[in-house]
Design a protein around this ligand. Structure first.
Ligand code: SF4
Length: 382
């Protein structure tokens, strides 16, 4: 059950090779027929994140989703559903369309479920770490088999986003935000206990490093990984990226609470971990922004932190960073605006609308880069 399989192509794989790689990765675990029985309903959970940035390294490669749909159909599944709640920037249904996943799912007879429009069921969390109950997509929970299809990426708050974090997409939107407010590490562990998955297939054909999960450079690994144990998969995948498990709070906490054992050996089949030599550039941390910029952040989502990094990057490219002094950005649902700031603060995002009169307010959840740049220009006078 705890085995992790790795299939690596020697060059950028074409469509048919992607299909074969997914099949080979699952075959090394015993084959999909050992997971999906004839007539069962299967829910697939890709990582769609956002529509406007959709593409390799950001969203799950649609060919991986297609391979799973075809393999489930071949295994005799009664119904296949692609279930996702995209999170930020774009409505989920639009994001699923832009990613190409909606069209190909329908082409193969699979149903597409928008978590934001789906009914939600409230589930009790066993031995809760932070939340006694969790609401999740009813369609996802009702499925007989649940398959997780994340992308390998760095993350500004968790260091990496892999299998465990990807499940956050089955939460209703307000609950995703609430996880950032109450503590995303414990939140995703409570979620993993409450919503078990039968298989995780990790898309590392194109991965992301640096400013993940949406804005970083791409890393072509031409690889597919799979495991029935999502924690083991994350342990091996993070090692491939160059992280030690002890650097990843969610794995350390998972081990402390008996969800995984970081001292145990994971059986890896297929490609050897040692053949991966690229060390992923770390995502900038929540406080690691730029000179002259102070971010007052409490309970902020990674989407807003990612937007700040990406706006500052844009300004650097425009050679405007030298003109930024005393820029204060207040972000996150729990943040307070200090009374004694030497400059007008930028109040960022819908969750701080209550402070709109206390500075230069930028609406959006998260706000878009254009509005952020305009506000920074206004505050810094360039
Ligand atoms: S505005 Fe930003 S921090 Fe606030 S809820 Fe939206 S994404 Fe999260």
């Amino acid at each position: 059950m705890g085995k992790v399989s790795i299939i690596r192509a020697s060059e950028r794989p074409d469509d048919e090779r992607v299909h074969q790689m997914v099949k080979e990765a699952i075959d090394l675990l015993g084959g999909l027929e050992t997971i999906v029985r004839p007539g069962q309903t299967v829910a697939l959970k890709p990582n769609v994140v956002t529509g406007t940035l959709s593409g390799p390294g950001v969203t799950t490669d649609k060919r991986v989703v297609e391979a799973l749909i075809r393999l489930c159909n071949e295994a005799g599944a009664g119904k296949v559903k692609v279930v996702e709640g995209a999170g930020y920037f774009t409505e989920t249904s639009k994001a699923l369309e832009l990613s190409g996943i909606k069209a190909l799912a329908e082409e193969h007879g699979a149903e597409v479920v928008d978590v934001d429009r789906d009914e939600h069921v409230e589930l009790a969390v066993r031995d809760p770490l932070i939340t006694p109950t969790i609401k999740v997509s009813k369609e996802f929970m009702d499925a007989d088999v649940r398959i997780n299809l994340p992308v390998m990426k760095t993350h500004d708050q968790l260091e990496v986003t892999l299998g465990v974090k990807n499940l956050k997409g089955v939460l209703p939107r307000y609950m995703k935000r609430n996880f950032h407010k109450i503590g995303v590490v414990k939140g995703i562990l409570d979620l993993s206990k409450t919503v078990p998955v039968d298989l995780t297939v990790l898309d590392c054909i194109v991965a992301m490093e640096g400013l993940g999960p949406s804005f970083g450079p791409k890393v072509e690994l031409n690889t597919i990984m799979a495991s029935r144990d999502v924690f083991n998969l994350d342990r091996v995948a993070s090692k491939i990226m160059g992280f030690d498990a002890s650097e990843l709070d969610y794995l350390v906490e998972a081990a402390e609470h008996g969800l995984t054992d970081l001292d145990s050996e994971v059986e890896v089949v297929g490609e050897a971990v040692s053949s991966f030599t690229h060390r992923f550039e770390r995502a900038p941390t929540g406080t690691d922004f730029a000179e002259g910029v102070t971010v007052i952040s409490e309970g902020a989502c990674s989407a807003c932190h990612g937007t700040i990094h990406s706006v500052l990057y844009d300004l650097e490219q425009m050679k405007k960073m030298g003109e930024i002094r005393d820029l204060f950005i207040v972000v996150g649902e729990n943040a307070e605006v200090p009374d004694d700031l030497p400059n007008t603060p930028l109040i960022m995002g819908t969750c701080l609308e209550k402070y709109r009169d206390r500075g230069c307010y930028v609406e959006g959840c998260p706000p878009n880069n254009d509005k952020m740049r305009a506000a920074i220009r206004e505050i810094c006078g360039f």
